[in-house]
Design a protein around this ligand. Structure first.
Ligand SMILES: NC(=O)c1ccc[n+]([C@@H]2O[C@H](COP(=O)([O-])OP(=O)(O)OC[C@H]3O[C@@H](n4cnc5c(N)ncnc54)[C@H](O)[C@@H]3O)[C@@H](O)[C@H]2O)c1
Length: 343
């Protein structure tokens, strides 16, 4: 598993030095225009003693594609990046995913580091070694499993993160609350401080999330079983994203997806109403509200979901806080539930 360092004002250069022993001190840093403008100047100062080659991509999910990967290969080749060099992803999940894919395929794999700059990337995308690029046919359809050497998480970067992006990551933070009772209780206690972006609380919260994800990934790196619980809220969440043509941000879609998937768990008799209410009330306090969904048409989207095995879709259901379980649910049952939701 990769090493994760979490804190404030990290000495990133020092940490990288310790992890690049035996390598050529030439790094290939991949970022985007937005992050470069805000933070590249100060980050570069930390790379004393390294030769740094930099690739700046346009900003946006739509650039997480093969065309950009090819540009990265060409720039890296021109810049003398060899297998003895290393790559650094500096940005949100989009940069993390495309850089990871680049690093895993360039010269059959070079070492790479993640420096995530969004809350979502800090608690989720940078952890666990999944890389991806999008196709016209769908998101994240091409990718590899490739662990970074280390993930360096500095909450200082969050100071410039727009509120909407912060909330986007917060939904994933709350998702971890569904997986761990102790974290759920701490979340309830600290939510106000998190919303105020108190740095100490953020460091502790991110540490908790990273530990939860790391433990899951350690047990099931290639998502054969247990790792699927990280998809809680995602079956409906992905369907919302695709139905809205990706105008709804992932975290907001997953938050709504979690509300509906908890309600589905109650409907199926798998989760007591009180537990569902408790969980949903934390989402509400974080600003994620219940919205009416046209479930019947969403289910059409679900049938194109990657997680669909055979015919029936898989939902991660909640039994209680800390106990999630992926289960296949028949279309018949889903349709009945959808009809009830409309009443
Ligand atoms: N590999 C995984 O396990 C995994 C898990 C979850 C999500 N993902 C992927 O992550 C991506 C979403 O990541 P995201 O939410 O970080 O989106 P993102 O990378 O698009 O970043 C969101 C926006 O914030 C900007 N930004 C980044 N850091 C900033 C900062 N410090 N200050 C100001 N602006 C900043 C970015 O330029 C961008 O405009 C998706 O492509 C998703 O598929 C991957």
């Amino acid at each position: 598993m990769h090493k994760v360092v979490i804190g404030q004002n990290l000495k990133i250069g020092e940490i990288l030095k310790a992890h690049t022993k035996g390598l050529v001190k030439r790094g290939f840093l991949i970022t985007n225009k937005t992050v470069a403008k805000l933070h590249l100047g100060s980050l570069k100062k930390q790379f004393k003693g390294f030769e740094l080659k930099i690739a700046i991509l346009p900003d946006g999910e739509r650039y997480k594609n093969f065309f950009q990967v090819q540009n990265l290969y060409k720039t890296a080749l021109k810049s003398g990046i060899t297998r003895k060099c290393f790559a650094v992803a500096f940005g949100g999940g989009v940069i993390g995913d495309i850089s990871g894919f680049f690093a895993s395929t360039y010269m059959r794999g070079i070492k790479f580091f993640q420096i995530p700059t969004t809350l979502l990337a800090m608690v989720d995308a940078s952890i666990g070694g999944k890389t991806a690029v999008n196709m016209k046919e769908g998101k994240n359809l091409i990718g590899t499993f490739y662990m970074p050497e280390a993930v360096l998480i500095d909450v200082d970067f969050l100071k410039t993160l727009p509120e909407r992006e912060f909330k986007n990551g917060l939904a994933e933070v709350i998702k971890y609350g569904a997986m761990n009772k102790m974290f759920f209780e701490s979340l309830k206690k600290n939510l106000k401080q998190i919303l105020k972006k108190d740095e100490k609380t953020l460091v502790n919260t991110i540490k908790f999330c990273v530990n939860i994800k790391t433990e899951i990934v350690k047990k099931d790196f290639r998502e054969k079983g247990l790792r699927q619980i990280l998809n809680f809220g995602h079956t409906i969440g992905h369907a919302i994203e695709s139905a809205r043509n990706y105008r709804t941000k992932h975290g907001f879609a997953v938050a709504l997806g979690m509300i509906y998937e908890v309600l589905l768990s109650v409907y199926l008799g798998k989760c007591p109403q009180k537990i569902a209410e408790d969980f949903i009330s934390v989402l509400n306090q974080a600003g994620f509200r219940m919205k009416e969904l046209d479930l019947a048409s969403l289910f059409k989207g679900i049938s194109y979901d990657k997680k669909v095995v055979d015919i029936n879709p898989v939902f991660v259901l909640m039994n209680e806080i800390g106990k999630l379980k992926p289960e296949e649910i028949s279309w018949e049952v889903l349709k009945k539930w959808a009809r009830l939701q409309r009443k």
